[in-house]
Design a protein around this ligand. Structure first.
Ligand code: FAD
Length: 482
């Protein structure tokens, strides 16, 4: 029997149920399709870089198992029926994705292939629970995180992760397709002129091995004090597993069980509260997918329709200064520069920069969502959309709109010595800890001693924070009673 496993957002060998199913056949074609004209949202620049590196790692891992990765470009609805016929394939396997475009595509393909007598098997590799499995008592979608997570936990432990197939027996693409197979470089996923990916290369090791190392580091180190430390951007206190999860180089079942085993063996650092908090962050990821599944337009449409009438104040110049980390607000600039340099930003700072854009600058949350989509290595169809709506106050179980983060007090609380700001906004490094989060308030003398001229060496604040806050509250008042 010949099978085809279609790799998508599951770029790993271990705990990959669809690959395991395909590998039981006598021979398996391992295929990745780059589909850039389809119904799915095109990947952003940082995610394309990650994908390129991750496919290289996957290809090497498959080769080590005796198999190979073939890459084609085009529409899966055309390629897969033709390829299965030409190669005499009897079974096609994939792991599910949950955006509306992917679901529609998979449904059409399943019908098409099944009617040609091909067995199609799909699996869940990326979530602890399918988005439709957790419901209210009356079978409705959940809208609030805490009861969602309680109900999800009541479903019990996730299944134990599967080992990687011990051997993959691949066979070559039929001639007509072999000619169209692409080498990774031909995909042109990585930037060349200019090559802006240097910071990404320094920060990350995409691929299954890189994901495993991150997990081990996290279980042995960053989980200690996670429950509180996760809010400290000046510390390396979160797992940084998000891009690995995004591309399915590791799955949540593996993380869940690795954490349990490490704790049972006394190897994991951190308290039970740290472990519980960490699992609940995976829970937020699950909740985002639950929301996306039930609200396919989560990235483009306000979950709370009152916000359709919100008086956004489109301002390209302000948006540009936010994107470039030149707002004159140190914590915001530090976050935006960390994002630009490494493709990642600390969660607390993501909340602060998003709140500043939406509330102090009155820019539509979709502008921020789109920028994150392009620049994050972990840009995720569910987490990004749900989180932006959460900050905007337009989402399910969202922060209320009137909760407006003050980036100065946030900085003082979560980056008390200014180490995070100094790292990403080095022109402020000479300021004392007490002034670093609000340089415009520092005395002439302090600024001179630190070599800073506001408006010249570092921008003046794009907006007065108290004024911006009041303007945001006034704007919200116009839609509040709707
Ligand atoms: P850890 O603290 O180690 O958490 C472990 C895992 O849990 C993460 O890898 C992630 O998969 C999940 N997780 C953690 N926090 C959240 C959260 N608040 N919501 C959902 N899942 C979470 N996360 C993305 O994966 N992709 C995105 O595109 C994304 N966009 C965001 C946009 C905004 C405006 C905000 C406020 C948050 C966004 N997040 C996004 C959520 C969160 O910031 C990141 O998941 C987290 O910072 C990743 O770092 P980590 O892996 O070290 O997290």
């Amino acid at each position: 029997q010949r099978s085809l496993h279609w790799f998508r957002d599951d770029l790993r060998l271990a705990d990959n149920p669809a690959l395991t199913c395909a590998a039981e056949s006598d021979a398996v074609l391992c295929l990745y399709i780059l589909d850039e004209d389809g119904e799915r949202r095109p990947l952003g620049g940082a995610a394309r870089w990650w994908l390129s590196r991750s496919l290289a790692a996957l290809s090497a891992a498959l080769t080590r198992k005796g198999g190979r990765l073939d890459i084609l470009r085009g529409a899966p609805t055309t390629l897969l029926p033709a390829l299965t016929e030409a190669a005499g394939i009897e079974r096609v396997t994939w792991n599910r994705r949950y955006e509306a475009g992917s679901i529609a595509l998979d449904t059409r393909l399943k019908e098409r292939l099944s009617s040609a007598g091909i067995e199609v098997r799909s699996f869940n590799a990326s979530l602890l629970n399918e988005p439709w499995q957790v419901t209210t008592r009356t079978g409705q979608p959940m809208k609030v995180f805490t009861p969602y997570w309680r109900a999800a936990r009541e479903r019990g432990e996730p299944a134990a992760p599967l080992p990687a197939p011990s051997r993959i027996r691949s066979f070559p693409l039929p001639d007509s397709f072999g000619k169209r197979a692409l080498a990774l470089e031909e995909l042109a996923l990585e930037p060349t002129r200019p090559d802006w990916a240097g910071g990404l290369r320094d920060a990350w090791t995409p691929g299954e091995d890189g994901a495993r190392e991150r997990l081990e580091d996290c279980l042995g180190d960053s989980l200690a004090g996670y429950a509180e430390g996760r809010d400290r951007p000046d510390r390396d206190s979160t797992s940084r597993l998000s891009p690995h999860l995004r591309f399915g180089e590791i799955g949540p079942r593996q993380i869940w069980h690795a954490l349990g085993t490490a704790r049972d063996n006394g190897e994991a650092v951190g308290s039970a509260a740290d472990a519980e908090k960490f699992l609940s962050e995976l829970g937020w990821r699950e909740f985002s997918y639950h929301l996306l599944f039930h609200n396919p337009e989560l990235a483009t449409r306000n979950y709370d329709a009152r916000f359709d009438a919100f008086p956004w104040k489109a301002d390209q110049q302000a948006l540009r200064r936010w994107q470039r980390g030149r707002t004159g607000i140190p914590l915001v600039d530090a976050g935006m520069r960390e994002l630009w340099a490494t493709g990642w930003m600390h969660n607390r700072v993501r909340m602060v920069v998003a709140s500043f854009l939406i509330k102090h600058l009155l820019q539509d949350w979709r502008e921020g969502e789109a920028w994150f989509w392009d620049t994050l290595v972990d840009a995720d169809p569910a987490n990004n959309a749900a989180s932006w709506q959460w900050v905007a106050g337009s989402g399910a179980d969202a922060a209320p709109y009137f909760r407006i983060f003050n980036p100065v007090t946030q900085g003082q609380a979560h980056d008390p010595k200014g180490a995070y700001v100094r790292r990403w906004v080095p022109e402020l490094a000479g300021l004392p800890d007490t002034e670093i989060h609000a340089p415009w308030k520092a005395s002439e003398e302090t600024l001179r001693a630190a070599g800073i001229r506001i408006g010249e060496t570092y921008p003046a604040p794009l907006i007065d924070l108290a004024l911006g806050r009041q303007r945001a509250l006034d704007a919200f008042a116009t839609i509040r009673g709707r």
